[in-house]
Design a protein around this ligand. Sequence first.
Ligand SMILES: [Zn+2]
Length: 483
Amino acid sequence: MGKVTDNLQPKDVFRYFGELCSIPHGSGNVKKISDYCVEFAKEHGLKYRQDESYNVIIWKEASAGYEDKPTVILQGHLDMVAVKDADCTKDMENDGLDLEADGDYLYAKKTSLGGDDGIAIAYSLALLASDKYEHPALEAIFTVDEEIGMLGAAALDLSDIKGRIMMNMDSEEEGIFLAGCAGGGTAACTVPVEKCREKGVLCKIKIDGLRGGHSGTEIICQRANANVLMGRVLFRLSQKTGFSVLSISGGEKDNAISKIAKAELIIKACDADTVKNEIGLLEKDIKNEYSATDEDLKITVSIENQENSYDVFSDESSEKLIMALIQLPYGVQKMSNDIQGLVQTSLNLGIIKENSEGVVLYYSVRSSLGSEKDFLVDKIKAFMRFIGGKCEMSGLYPAWEYVRDSYLRDKMVAVYEKMYNEKPKVETIHAGVECGIIADKLGKLDCVSFGPDIMDIHTTKERLSISSVERTWKFILEVLKEL
Ligand SMILES: [Zn+2]
């Protein structure tokens, strides 16, 4: 029996896409797919380099007549977000995907598809494999672990890369060309905690039912963040009654708007009604404030009857924690004055987690201006120092700043207009893409990020538009011919 992709056009692109999908390649599990690309290069007699992180670079000479044209970098990432439905028995570490085509859509049964960013690799392999296309010299850069912090791009050695024009194929809307992105990193703020012994009844508070979302692209929606709200709940209680914090936690990813937060408090049995009352009143206010974005927001309280002794946060530690939660900045800090509707600087409190030193608040900080990001981080650091805690930065990635003059972008826009009789949109986004890291390493880079239509990426509903893949393929061939 043939593969689903055998009958799809463009044949070469879908043949490679089908092969990539038969190799498991979730982030962190990329050796096999990286080796596959190495085998591909060997088979086709192409120069290649695989590094210790399993990034792969493949070189191909210009086609006849294109020897004098500037080298073009084709770029995409090898890893995918591997997720499956709760009732799916597939072992995504070891099994390939089960592809299905339905009308114009290609998807994988009960799992994510990895069109993000397998389609970029498929386009590149189809170009590298064949001699029937016209193009300048090509350098294909395939990175790993983009989806877990752009680790491959960060580790990449680009000293042997000649190209200063890059076509990044990691965008998911045909007709939109990305020309810049935010830089950022993760700020881990540790509030030091000292413990003491306290007697009382256990009170559990849970905030959930929130919509969540991506902390870059969706911070502009100003949805509720459960971690931030927990700070407000605790502050309100601290004004009305006494309590001790036993534990606190919330969120799962620093780059997701937190949908859930939990706290366990130890209170006096006689304060139970006050606690319930105050939280009920506050819930009403908060639900009202977020009625347009988070209508299912819920704050639940359960209080046990049995009195016990617990190791709780000291009063001073609790106060520091509450101050950090309500005083550290959150959300959109500044909108761009150059590009309408673009968030310039923001931060998201994605995770609250306890460790042996205290409570750590993980903020994802972003800005399209490096200096603004630095000032925001300095402000957080100053506050944390003031309360005797600390703030450590990690996973820093540079912004890809929009440039007014771009040879590649102008060419791509012109080719697009010629082919489709309409103007593409040129945008910049408030999220990180690998172009920023690569541009930073190469010093100077003329770059555009684009790609065919892919819906619901990073979910089991991910689907790739077959017709859009074909149009984008023709577009790529045309651009390479015209450059
Ligand atoms: Zn991607």
